[in-house]
Write a protein of this length. Structure first.
Lengths: 113, 114
């Protein structure tokens, strides 16, 4: 039972355009969401997070949107850069579950120069 | 600050053997979590240790175990290895177990079981 899903295994965008990565979840007990970026042969790197009491959080070129009623979150990268090419994972944390993260399957983003 | 370090980086074992992986968290971090990444199952939570106590455990068989030492360093052990245990094992540390704490991941240990 996949509680966190990233339905697009890959996404290709042109440099300078917007990248939108999507994530859906099923467990209503999740109250904190995170996005990680992963390059080959490296561990995931934290990008941005959002609490369930908010619907938007921005950090530079990265913005995460949360739609609780739809159990959907998205990561926007504007403008996209070739160095953003990596696999992006969304992750969710349940209330009172410490640091246990449930990850989606990942989306490979390719930003073309 | 130095990041999360994991040793060894690569390991080859045969079925039936056991293996121990090590993780040194970022200095001052007291929570260490372990994850398994495979092509089929993705990134899955194994367990979390905080102040030498296991706080959470994922849905893995008892062959997977771990511990944390007083200096917050952690080890995980897999006994009676199976082919399906071939994976990238990632360790993550955070200052505490507070929900808004960011987890920082190490580079992982690539385990191959033959």
């Amino acid at each position: 039972d996949q509680q966190v899903k990233q339905n697009s295994p890959s996404l290709s965008v042109q440099e300078g355009r917007i990248s939108i990565l999507n994530c859906d979840y099923t467990n209503s007990m999740f109250d904190y969401f995170l996005w990680y970026k992963k390059y080959p042969a490296e561990g995931p790197t934290f990008l941005i997070s959002i609490s369930s009491i908010k619907d938007k959080n921005e950090d530079g070129r990265f913005t995460v949107f949360l739609n609780k009623s739809a159990k959907h979150l998205s990561l926007h990268i504007v403008p996209s850069q070739p160095g953003d090419s990596a696999v992006y994972f969304c992750a969710a944390r349940r209330n009172n579950a410490g640091n246990m993260l449930t990850f989606g399957g990942g989306t490979r983003l390719m930003v073309k120069p | 600050k130095a990041g999360v370090t994991q040793t060894p980086r690569y390991l080859i074992k045969t079925r039936g053997q056991q293996v121990t992986l090590s993780c040194s968290p970022i200095s001052g971090h007291r929570s260490v979590s372990w994850y398994q990444q495979t092509p089929g199952q993705g990134l899955q939570f194994l367990f979390e240790y905080f102040s030498e106590t296991q706080r959470n455990k994922g849905n893995f068989p008892g062959r997977f175990s771990g511990r944390q030492f007083s200096n917050s360093r952690s080890e995980m052990n897999v006994s009676t290895l199976e082919l399906g245990d071939s994976a990238l094992y990632l360790c993550a540390s955070s200052p505490t177990s507070w929900p808004t704490d960011t987890q920082y991941f190490g580079p992982g240990t690539r385990l191959t079981v033959l």
